[in-house]
Design a protein around this ligand. Structure first.
Ligand SMILES: C[S@@+](CC[C@H](N)C(=O)[O-])C[C@H]1O[C@@H](n2cnc3c(N)ncnc32)[C@H](O)[C@@H]1O
Ligand SMILES: O=S(=O)(c1ccc2c(c1)CN[C@@H](CF)C2)N1CCSCC1
Length: 274
């Protein structure tokens, strides 16, 4: 990459880091993970679609092993509710201390932590279990999460030295790279950095926003997003040494466009590192 392009990415990355300082985990959870967006009653809503994609990915049999790392967890856990059944070690990561604290509150079963039970119940049903098994599933998740670590995908080594005993067997990342990258070259560079955490033959499971240009990370906290589409994301993965195994999209119904972002659709992908 040319020096001039690298300097441009560095300036954009620094600006993005500033945008994230006022990020409000509680507001973000309310905007995106409570009704009307988090509607479990409608089969066409985004939640059954996303949780169904994750369930199928982690029960197909080709993704399993020792360590799963979730890149840019934020304050959310829905993205690891299926993976926690087939991995013995889960590492959650985020750039912001307030998000890592929100995760630790749930892991510590603090009374003020976010209620993920509707999501736990739904995934239990996908697994053919009673929804009342959600408490056992929560206990499983708490038992396999070994760390909640700081991460910066714009660093060539996104985690601190020695943070992982070795490369991960699987990476999960949801609504991260496009939401933290100032432009498309930075997205691809961040993907290349994140890929250093994954062993050859390991899998990447990614969920992201299509054609989104901003979202609210709190009241008045407008965070820019680099708009991406399937063609760009696929090309970026192939440039970074992945075989794309699955790429599916979901177009958000109009009543789910609630003013907290301008997302058009959601993608789900599964890829394998060559
Ligand atoms: C849109 S949120 C996604 C949160 C969650 N994964 C989800 O599915 O809702 C983007 C997350 O990326 C994190 N982030 C911001 N800058 C980052 C960076 N440089 N490296 C890694 N994560 C970053 C933010 O703190 C935030 O939690
Ligand atoms: O897919 S969502 O509609 C969703 C969930 C999170 C986000 C977006 C969309 C779009 N903006 C992203 C900013 F990066 C964050 N969804 C909200 C209901 S629960 C499942 C996830």
């Amino acid at each position: 990459m040319e020096k001039r392009e690298e300097a441009g990415i560095e300036a954009g990355v620094a600006a993005m880091a500033q945008c994230y300082q006022p990020f409000d985990p509680a507001a973000y959870l309310q905007y995106n993970y409570t009704p009307p967006r988090a509607d479990f009653s409608r089969l066409d809503s985004i939640v059954p679609w996303k949780l169904g994609c994750l369930h199928r990915a982690f029960t197909a049999g080709d993704i399993c092993g020792g360590t799963l790392v979730d890149v840019g967890s934020g304050p959310t856990l829905y993205q690891v509710l299926s993976g926690c059944e087939v991995f013995e070690k889960l590492v959650l990561t985020d750039f912001l201390p307030q998000n890592r604290a929100a995760l630790r509150r749930w892991l510590g079963d603090d009374p003020g932590s976010f209620d993920w039970s509707p999501y736990l119940r739904h995934v239990c049903q996908l697994e053919g279990r009673s929804p009342e098994a959600w408490r056992e599933k929560a206990a499983r998740l708490r038992s396999v999460v070994t760390d909640v670590l700081p991460i910066d995908v714009h660093r060539p080594a996104p985690l601190l030295p020695g943070a992982l005993p070795g490369p991960a067997d699987c990476l999960v990342s949801s609504f991260c790279l496009e939401a933290v990258s100032p432009d498309r070259p930075a997205f691809t560079q961040a993907l290349r950095h994140v890929s250093t955490l994954l062993r050859p033959g390991g899998h990447l499971v990614m969920i992201g926003a299509l054609e989104e240009s901003y979202y609210l990370g709190g009241p008045g906290v407008r965070i820019p997003v680099v708009p991406v589409d399937q063609a760009f994301v696929t090309a970026s993965l192939e440039e970074c040494g992945y075989t794309v195994l699955e790429f599916c999209t979901y177009v958000l119904p109009a009543d789910m466009c609630v003013g907290v972002d301008d997302v058009v659709g959601i993608f789900f992908l599964k890829a394998r590192k060559k």
